[in-house]
Design a protein around this ligand. Structure first.
Ligand code: ZN
Length: 388
């Protein structure tokens, strides 16, 4: 669609333009900073000359011609430096206002009316709380509990991190050791608290084995590597075992032990430890892809007094990579769930509609109902409503 292609082309240019203005401003600020030593120097010289003349006055009590010339020269020098300083400072002001204008010209101020059922985050407390929770989840799942704690305090989300506070000291040590490339406390913690996370344990052990090899502690690496069997594929285990008998600077494992790999592993570890998975990156990614197209659509439709959402479907296809549906179709009754018949999650994790849940409950002879997808049996009361 040409509409969308135009936007995709324009946006990076707009960002580049503001970026250029910012770089220009930075240059001006540096120029100003560079002028400070010259100003200080001429100011000190003036002070010295003045002091010299005061300390050693001529017998007549007035300044000698030579003294007058000397003082005038130094005053002029300071004046010139100050003038230059003021001029650079003025230029900075014009650069700052130029950035403001660039932002105003190239970026959209209002993103209202782009989505159906629009909500105002600032004026709707429930919505604000949901957004804050998304941010807290993101901070926790990326291994920044200390920032999350401050955020929770500032947003008055009392009780939000109670579960974390209870394990804070223990997990704090686990994360701290991990950051120093010692995954042993993390391995022990996950083995004890989340033994089902076999892949994570495997990766933690693998990182540690490679780290020990790098440090020349091959015997320790060999002992630890025994944990690997049964956790990963035979090929992967064999590859790590092979590393024990090659040189310490084996480049085959650069990717696994790169700083980025450590960072990714820390995120996975945090997700498991803090029991939260963040969907904020996906939301932002989808928004970044969809908002420009919707903005364009809004500007195209506005002169014709059309509404983007006059029908249930958007008039154009929005180019987003991953689609997240806010609708759910009950696999039992094969109907789309509604507010009156919302989806319910059984204890085992399978989701069915409320009507289906009630039907299953009324058909079962005892208080437990069997999940239609797995052998698990749970009571109707254990099912939780799913909000889309
Ligand atoms: Zn089930």
């Amino acid at each position: 669609m040409p509409l969308v292609t135009d936007l995709q082309r324009d946006r990076p240019e707009a960002v580049e333009m503001v970026q250029e203005s910012l770089e220009f401003l930075e240059k001006r600020v540096n120029e100003l900073r560079d002028e400070i030593p010259a100003y200080k120097k001429s100011r000190t010289q003036l002070d010295q000359v003045y002091q010299g003349l005061v300390d050693d006055p001529s017998p007549s009590g007035s300044l000698t011609t030579c003294g007058q010339i000397l003082l005038t020269e130094h005053i002029k020098k300071v004046d010139d430096t100050v003038d230059k300083y003021v001029k650079t400072h003025r230029n900075i002001h014009s650069s700052i206002s130029r950035i403001g204008k660039d932002i105003g010209r190239n970026f959209c101020e209002s993103t209202g009316g782009l989505i159906k059922n629009e909500k105002h985050i600032e004026s709707d407390p429930k919505c604000a709380r949901n957004v804050s929770n998304l941010i807290v989840n993101y901070l926790m799942s990326t291994g920044h509990p200390e920032i999350a704690e401050t955020y929770v305090q500032e947003c008055n989300l009392h009780g939000r991190l109670d579960e974390y506070t209870a394990i804070k000291d223990t997990v704090g040590k686990v994360i701290e050791s991990f950051r120093q490339h010692n995954t042993i406390p993390a391995i022990n913690y996950i083995e004890l608290n989340a033994p089902q996370e076999k892949r994570l344990i495997f990766d933690l052990v693998r990182h540690q084995v490679l780290e020990l090899i790098k440090q020349g502690k091959k015997l320790e690496a060999l002992t630890l590597s025994r944990k690997l069997s049964g956790l990963g594929s035979d090929g992967e285990v064999a590859q790590i075992m092979g590393a024990l008998f090659t040189k310490a600077d084996d480049t085959r494992f650069n990717e696994i032990s790169s700083p980025l790999a450590w960072q990714q592993l820390e995120s996975r570890l945090s997700e498991v430890i803090f029991k939260c998975k963040s969907i904020l990156p996906q939301i932002l990614e989808t928004g970044c892809q969809a908002v420009p197209a919707l903005l364009n659509l809004r500007s195209v439709m506005a002169p014709r007094q059309d509404q983007i959402f006059s029908s249930d479907e958007l008039p154009i296809e929005i180019p987003i990579e991953k689609r997240y549906h806010s609708t759910f179709t009950c696999p039992i009754l094969r109907v789309q769930t509604t507010e009156r018949n919302p989806p319910y999650r059984l204890r085992c994790g399978h989701v069915i509609s409320k009507d289906a849940l009630e039907k299953l409950a009324s058909n079962s002879r005892h208080s437990l109902l069997k999940c239609p997808y797995c052998p698990d049996e749970s009571s109707k009361d254990q099912a939780l409503r799913v909000f889309l």
